[in-house]
Ligand binder design. Sequence first.
Ligand SMILES: Nc1ncnc2c1ncn2[C@@H]1O[C@H](COP(=O)(O)OP(=O)(O)OP(=O)(O)O)[C@@H](O)[C@H]1O
Ligand SMILES: [Mg+2]
Length: 258
Amino acid sequence: MNLEPIVQLTVHNKRFGNSLVLDNVSFEIGSGEIVSLVGPSGCGKSTLLRIVAGLDTDFRGRIRFLHNGEEVDGNVGFVFQEPRLLPWLTVAQNVGFGSDHPEADRPRILALLEEVGLGDAADKLPKELSGGMAQRAAIARGLFAPAPGGNAGAEQGSAQRILLLDEPFSAVDAFTRIKLQDLLIHLARVHHLTLLVVTHDVDEAAYLSDRVLVLGSNPGRILHANHVALARPRDRRDPALTQVRNDLLEVLSQSHAI
Ligand SMILES: Nc1ncnc2c1ncn2[C@@H]1O[C@H](COP(=O)(O)OP(=O)(O)OP(=O)(O)O)[C@@H](O)[C@H]1O
Ligand SMILES: [Mg+2]
């Protein structure tokens, strides 16, 4: 796949105190591409996402967001492992949180909720939602709102949206997870989103991704990039997917052994 790059990430190094967490991690992400990050716990996956989101600027390196070859401000949304909805706000208010014009934005918020299957839940409180519903609301918020780091590009409307997801489905049951994975792929296609997804689940990585980056730890670095050149929609029982998953497990088991 030869896609126009919309993110170029170069992290020469990232330290917390004396500890080197990321060492020479560089990659590009193409427009509309779905990239997963897998690797052992503590290898720096969440740190990397926070750097891309602009939530952590204390590293040596550079991040460039591109649009038609020109450098632009990032237009980044973030979906966390747990939904992080504010309990005193309705679902619609949570999705539109941070909007300067919540009333004017309400039709767009309701349309997003409809898309994620929460058309009837706009005025419910988070405590009235199941875990899967809450994570759908978090995805709608990730589509609507800029990441908390404040990326001005969302206002400009020029840069393409990149959605960063940090183990987004790890707290839901297997059946809900499958439905949310398919929802995410659908939304990515309809909204022409670019996705960077952290997951511990190699099946999820293989099924979702155009490319899987395997990170090793101490310090975090890219060990392996696996292109998943399988047409969509994909069949979860496709032996080719099983092969991708087995290849990933092989690299991961080596990375744990280091
Ligand atoms: N704010 C922080 N201060 C100090 N050290 C941190 C901080 N955040 C992360 N670390 C350390 O940086 C390393 C990478 O953490 P990170 O959360 O990025 O790992 P991860 O790959 O996301 O792990 P997991 O799969 O368990 O979520 C870990 O050793 C962690 O202890
Ligand atoms: Mg993490």
